[in-house]
Ligand binder design. Structure first.
Ligand code: AMP
Ligand code: MG
Length: 339
């Protein structure tokens, strides 16, 4: 298959039109969103959704998020919608926030991987919203990477992984948030944070004071343990190089990596000039949003360093830092050193 590259920066209207036509005819198209690039397909078409799973090599039991471009579209996606969902929508949509709700009949079963719930998000990115509105379709879209690889935050990351496997890529701006959406389930007894993102637990608790943080956010699940979000049990974001997450202050981190050999450090910019091994900074330790924006690109760069091991300095778990920490601990296969 030849993957069309649609230039959404210089020829926006054409990119939106062509992408919408491909999606209406059952094709699959990677599109920019504010979180990461998504691989979109009509949420009404079982066949199109199956092509998404095949192109990504995604495990069949890992459900997809459906993207909408107005709150009115929610009635076509979910049913028995609780008031609290509308309160969350008012507070966090459009934006990097996903709700899990009881699934409506119109949505293809493969979207939810057989569950009776569906995840839904109204993104703020103009391009994906224009494609949804133009095509008239809710779009199921997981991250547009090969399963297990770091999520794509640029069109070139998508091309690196999926060229020749999908119908088109809408080449737009780099993702401004950089980590996938916050996922909250509203189907259990209490609202439950399944995946941290740019909408933080502190912000969520203003609307959902009973919010529970699922164990799988920071802990490794045991073999066979029941999961609220199937995606959390899979290996994720891993570079080929052996990666270790290091917790501790800047002085300890610098001392620790400087006595190692055949390794590299993923560090904060404040530490960069004190480190004597190969190194990449992923931003200031005081700015979790920048760390989120850079984390996946840096995870992709690790394998170009030609070292045996990489030591990644862990961010704080405050605010958006929790989302960055959640992605890094998975990238490191839960291999953590505390100094
Ligand atoms: P991705 O599409 O790669 O951003 O991953 C979507 C995430 O949302 C995965 O972790 C899924 O397990 C989770 N998810 C999607 N639908 C549901 C659902 N119905 N119930 C629970 N988690 C879901
Ligand atoms: Mg993903």
């Amino acid at each position: 298959m030849i993957t069309q590259k649609l230039d959404a920066i210089n020829d926006y209207a054409n990119a939106v039109n062509v992408a919408s036509e491909i999606l209406k005819s059952g094709g699959i198209v990677a599109v920019p969103t504010e979180t990461v690039y998504g691989l979109a397909a009509s949420a009404y078409s079982d066949d199109a959704i199956k092509s998404v799973f095949t192109a990504k090599g995604r495990p069949q039991d890992n459900p997809l998020i459906v993207h909408i471009a107005s709150i009115d579209m929610l009635d076509n996606i979910a049913c028995d919608i609780p008031d609290m969902a509308y309160e969350c929508a008012k507070a966090f949509w459009p934006g990097p926030f996903t709700m899990v709700l009881p699934k409506g009949d119109k949505i293809a079963d493969s979207v939810s991987a057989g569950l009776d719930t569906v995840a839904v998000r109204f993104p703020s990115d103009k391009t994906i919203c224009d494609i949804i509105l133009k095509s008239g379709l809710p779009l199921a879209a997981p991250s547009a990477n090969t399963s297990g690889r770091p999520s794509p935050t640029t069109a070139s990351h998508v091309i690196e992984d999926l060229d020749g496997k999908i119908d088109a890529v809408v080449c737009g701006n780099d993702s401004s948030v950089g980590v996938e959406s916050t996922v909250v389930s509203l189907v259990g007894e209490k609202p439950r944070l399944l995946r941290p993102g740019a909408v933080t637990p502190e912000q969520l608790r203003k609307i959902l004071p009973d919010l529970i943080i699922d164990d799988a956010v920071l802990k490794q699940l045991k073999e066979g343990e029941k999961v609220a979000s199937p995606g959390m049990k899979y290996k994720h974001y891993a570079p080929k190089t052996n990666a270790i997450l290091v917790e501790g202050c800047s002085n300890s981190f610098v001392r620790y990596v400087n006595q190692k050999t055949d390794c590299a450090a993923i560090c904060f910019e404040e530490e960069y000039y004190s480190i004597s091994v190969k190194k990449i900074s992923y931003g200031s330790k005081r700015n979790e949003s920048t760390l989120a924006k850079n984390v996946f690109a840096v995870l992709r760069d690790i394998d170009t360093l030609g070292v045996k091991e990489v030591y990644i300095h862990a961010p704080s778990k405050d605010g958006v830092g929790l989302a960055v920490y959640n992605r890094l601990i998975r990238a490191c296969g839960f291999n953590v050193v505390t100094l």
